[in-house]
Design a protein around this ligand. Structure first.
Ligand SMILES: NC(=O)c1ccc[n+]([C@@H]2O[C@H](COP(=O)([O-])OP(=O)(O)OC[C@H]3O[C@@H](n4cnc5c(N)ncnc54)[C@H](OP(=O)(O)O)[C@@H]3O)[C@@H](O)[C@H]2O)c1
Length: 333
């Protein structure tokens, strides 16, 4: 089959379109023919080697963390899916590789694709949808009437997280540039701050939750807008010791994360607020709940651009520009 691979870590290196062996199906796997795949900054960060400490990969590696497609084969122990099902997924770490014609995925990481949306729309959802879900529902336990600050509301995570937070009944503040104000308002954002003109920390106060996706300066400022007991969940680092424990990392990784996050953890302690790092994980059940919200018209995919398969490198470069409005998708079939 055809797939986009890397032979080693390389900053800004190009993915190679290669002929590779078809995936090997395990008993609990479904073999999915890839119709469309979403592109994420995680693909670039893995290619650059930024995750080698926590996610060491073997080469050649097929990149790609989001898929929508059709089940073409089911392993002997698969119970939830059958050949012909239209599905979508964020495959588990160490089993990624959606920039390809086929991928084998454990059925527990798969969900039925939302009914009335295209394969391209569906492929835009899993990674960012699960990230928003695990941050706002699982970690923050965001409730009706609470206030949440979602940074970069026009990005892949932001466009989904705003809609999910509104569904949960929260008041949503977000940052974006003026060109994207109308977009984030259309998704339900209540307070929109143009980050090029205004300082959010002078406008927002007594927030219950922050979803942090930007740099360390933004993270520090965001701690100060929380009310006592408020929660900041960061998806852009720094990783903390709890995360090292959760992934079973060796002692020296835990030690490195302890040092990296010491400043922010100390500041959070002084302000009597909670800091935690989230690295999202594959989870078919949660993705199934997301399917229900999309089928009900509560959350809609937001797509900036769809690239043909042969332009996967261009799709990666577009995402790396940091200017995407919603998601970037590659049409494979
Ligand atoms: N830990 C995890 O599990 C996890 C999961 C998903 C993503 N992430 C990370 O989260 C970050 C965001 O991911 P993403 O996919 O949402 O990114 P993205 O889609 O590439 O974000 C692009 C958007 O960010 C906006 N933006 C850029 N700089 C901004 C700023 N200073 N303030 C506010 N908005 C700004 C841009 O709007 P303008 O054009 O208007 O500037 C653009 O619409 C990345 O670092 C990604 O790696 C982590």
């Amino acid at each position: 089959m055809k797939a986009f691979t890397i032979a080693h870590y390389s900053k800004k290196g190009k993915l190679q379109l290669s002929e590779v062996a078809a995936p090997i199906l395990q008993d609990n796997d479904v073999l999915v023919q890839v119709y469309a795949t979403g592109v994420n900054l995680l693909d670039s960060k893995i290619r650059n080697g930024e995750f080698r400490l926590i996610l060491p990969y073997k080469f050649p590696l097929i990149l790609g963390h989001d898929v929508a497609g059709v089940v073409v084969k089911a392993g002997s122990k698969v119970r939830q899916f059958k050949v012909g099902d239209e599905v979508y997924s964020r495959p588990a770490d160490h089993r990624v590789g959606t920039f390809a014609e086929f991928i084998a995925i454990n059925e527990n990481d798969v969900a039925l694709k939302p009914k009335d949306i295209s394969m391209e729309d569906a492929a835009s959802i899993p990674l960012v949808g699960l990230t928003a879900w695990q941050a706002l529902v699982e970690k923050a336990n965001l409730k009706k009437g609470q206030k949440v600050f979602i940074q970069a509301g026009s990005g892949g995570v932001g466009t989904f997280a705003i809609q999910l937070a509104k569904h949960l009944g929260a008041t949503v503040a977000t940052t974006t540039s003026s060109a994207n104000t109308a977009l984030v308002k259309s998704l339900g954002a209540d307070i929109v701050i143009d980050y090029k003109e205004q300082q959010f920390e002078t406008i927002l106060k007594d927030y219950d939750v922050v979803l942090n996706s930007q740099d360390s300066k933004t993270l520090e400022k965001s701690l100060s807008i929380l009310k006592p007991g408020g929660k900041l969940i960061s998806i852009s680092g720094p990783p903390d010791p709890d995360f090292a424990t959760a992934i079973g990392a060796p002692w020296y990784v835990r030690f490195i994360f302890k040092i990296l996050s010491a400043g922010v953890r100390n500041k959070a302690k002084r302000l009597n607020v909670n800091f935690s790092f989230l690295f999202m994980r594959a989870e078919g059940k949660q993705l199934g709940e997301i399917t229900t919200l999309i089928n009900a018209g509560i959350i809609r995919p937001v797509i900036d651009k769809v690239f043909p398969f042969k332009e996967t490198n261009e799709a990666m470069a577009y995402v790396e520009s940091g200017r995407a409005k919603g998601k970037v998708v590659v049409k494979v079939k």
